[in-house]
Design a protein. Structure first.
Length: 231
């Protein structure tokens, strides 16, 4: 069974059609990348799949659960890391982790085995306020918080934007290890070198998926050519 499925999802904001019949699927242990310019509809799709907003048409499921009818159960099974840093800057690293663990009725200690490879890198700074961390450390903390309840599916909306190159590489090494544990991952990224590390990619433009395929060689040229044909 696929851990993420979406079928002909449509969503409009007034006269703007943000999603135009989007369909995709993600298997357990797979990284699917969403690639597209600003305004392509990536964040809207993430918000629908994580039960934050409703689709106008179409249907979607997470781990076999309907995103509309079963939204409460889905929220216990997914981890979501939005593009902007969304943790509490005045709380320490440890306080942020304890807070998110408590929301899901668990503890850092109980799920330490899953987050340990990431948490060990920020543990020396566990008493530091989150707002005082570097971009790379904020990213690792946010990923820890998204994983603290052992989700079955992970949603990452441009998680490395504005982060230095070394931290980006480290982040994708972490994702590769998480994939090996069977986690299904849907990630959007503006970086073609990151997209090339996905198992498959969905190329999006103006609310539609132009192509779903394994990352081809010369991905940037391939995407530009697709957009020209779409235009």
């Amino acid at each position: 069974m696929n851990c993420i499925e979406a079928h002909t999802i449509r969503k409009s904001y007034g006269s703007v059609e943000a999603l135009r019949g989007v369909s995709l699927a993600v298997s357990p242990g797979e990284i699917l990348g969403l690639i597209g310019p600003d305004g392509a509809g990536k964040t809207t799709l993430f918000r629908i799949l994580t039960t934050l907003i409703l689709p106008d048409e179409g249907n979607a499921s997470i781990c076999g659960l309907d995103v509309v009818k079963d939204y409460r159960e889905i929220r216990t099974r997914v981890g979501y890391m939005p593009g902007r840093f969304s943790l509490y800057p005045d709380l320490s690293v440890k306080e942020n982790l304890d807070f998110f663990a408590n929301i899901f009725g668990t503890t850092l200690e109980e799920n330490y085995d899953l987050v340990a490879p990431i948490y060990r890198q920020i543990e020396p700074f566990k008493e530091r306020r989150a707002g005082k961390l570097s971009g790379g450390m904020k990213q690792k903390l946010a990923l820890c918080c998204a994983l603290i309840h052992k989700p079955e599916v992970l949603f990452l909306d441009e998680p490395t934007t504005g982060v230095d190159v070394i931290s980006r590489v480290e982040f994708w090494e972490m994702l590769a290890a998480l994939r090996e544990s069977g986690l299904g991952i849907l990630v959007s990224t503006p970086y073609m070198d990151e997209a090339a590390r996905c198992d498959r990619i969905c190329l999006m433009n103006e609310g539609a998926i132009l192509q779903t395929c394994p990352p081809p060689e010369n991905l940037e040229e391939y995407f530009i050519e697709l957009m020209r044909k779409d235009g």
